[in-house]
Every structure is written in C-alpha cells, then in structure tokens.
Design a protein around this ligand. Structure first.
Ligand code: 5GP
Length: 189
C-alpha cells in the first residue's frame, strides 16, 4: 500500500536486531487518517471472505482492528496479555515475544471467541509469527475458524509470513519489509 510504504520511509526508524519503530504514526502517536486508509485496504483485500468477528492482541493491534470492525460493522475482540482474575471461560496460550525476549500468556474469553465464529485477525506487525501462532491456537481452542490474517507491516526476513502462508492461511500485509540491514529500510515494491 503506497501511502503506508511512503510513511514508513519518511518516519520509520531502524533499531538493532531487525526492529522497525513506527512510533510516529502507529505504535505511540497514531495517524487516524492513515489508519482508516489501511482499514479500507484490508476491507478491499478480504472482500468476499465470510467474516463475523475481528480479533487482535492488545495493545497495538487494537487501533487497526477497530477501524476494520467499524467499516465492516463487526465486533472486535482483543486477546489480553494479563489474565484478569474475573475473566470467565478463559482460553489461554503462550506467546514468545522476540522484541521483549520473553514469553507471556495471552487469553480470551470463550464468551467472545466462540465455536462457529469466522475470524479475521488484524495486527500491527508480523515478524517471526509467534503472536500469530498463539492466535491460531486460541481460535482452535474456541472451535472457531480463522478466515484470514491482516498485518500493517510484515518483515519478510523473519519468515512468519512463510509459515502462515505455508499453512494455507490467507495473509495480507500492507507493507512488506525485505531488509533492515545496515539500518536501511528496504520495502518490497
Ligand atoms: P512475531 O510474533 O510475529 O514475531 O512479532 C509480532 C509482534 O511483535 C507484533 O505484535 C509487534 O507488537 C511486535 N513486533 C515485532 N517486530 C516488530 C518491529 O519491528 N517493530 C515493532 N514496533 N513491533 C514489532
């Protein structure tokens, strides 16, 4: 998606270990106009896919997910990173975060992720695919169906996308970063 690619080149910053910071428009300050355009693009790319629920993980996935849910007029559920003591019918999985170098539990209530749901997962980044694998596990535990996964930014050099596409999942990424070597951002045409 042209506008996102241009914005990444303009405002994105590279950090050691293959990390791209987009705090200027996605992860800290947010640009709602761009966020809306990205959601419109997801709606276009997943047109024809039967979806009845949008799923994401807190915190950075919530903004794009709610925009998509708003456009499609569908409920948006976010998986939580801290287990609330009051959550009923909790489904849990463990996710390894390479940006934080630790594992954490992610949970969602089966009141909101249910058998028969046709789920579109939306998140900010796809890197090694660990968060996505956790989501696949949660969707399976709920007896729901994962109909697609949409990412604002995919870092193809970390190969989570290869894994997900290899499993036959419909993956859409609005910008694909091929390399951050030498702190130079190279985006797929
Ligand atoms: P994965 O689980 O695919 O390895 O990583 C995805 C998650 O890690 C995303 O939800 C995102 O929060 C975080 N992440 C991975 N790589 C980056 C990155 O380069 N920049 C930022 N800001 N977050 C990242």
């Amino acid at each position: 998606m042209k506008a996102l690619k241009e914005r990444i080149l303009q405002d994105g910053k590279c950090f050691e270990g293959g990390i791209l910071k987009v705090d200027n428009f996605i992860n800290h300050q947010m640009d709602p106009i761009l966020m809306k355009s990205m959601a419109v693009e997801f709606v276009r790319r997943f047109a024809g896919t039967p979806i009845n629920k949008i799923l994401t993980i807190e915190a950075s996935g919530i903004a794009p997910a709610i925009m998509v849910g708003y456009l499609l007029e569908l409920p948006v559920v976010f998986a939580k990173k801290k287990k609330p003591s009051t959550m009923e019918n909790m489904l849990t999985t463990t996710v390894y975060s390479f940006t934080k170098d630790r594992s954490y539990d992610v949970c969602v209530s089966s009141d909101y992720l249910c058998a028969g749901d046709k789920v579109l997962f939306i998140d900010d980044f796809l890197a090694n695919g660990n968060a996505a694998k956790g989501i696949i596990d949660l969707v399976e535990k709920a007896g729901a169906e994962l109909v697609g996964m949409g990412f604002l930014i995919e870092k193809s050099f970390q190969h989570g996308g290869d894994y997900l596409r290899g499993k036959g999942i419909h993956v859409e990424s609005l910008a694909i970063i091929e390399s951050l070597d030498n702190c130079e951002i190279r985006i797929k045409e």
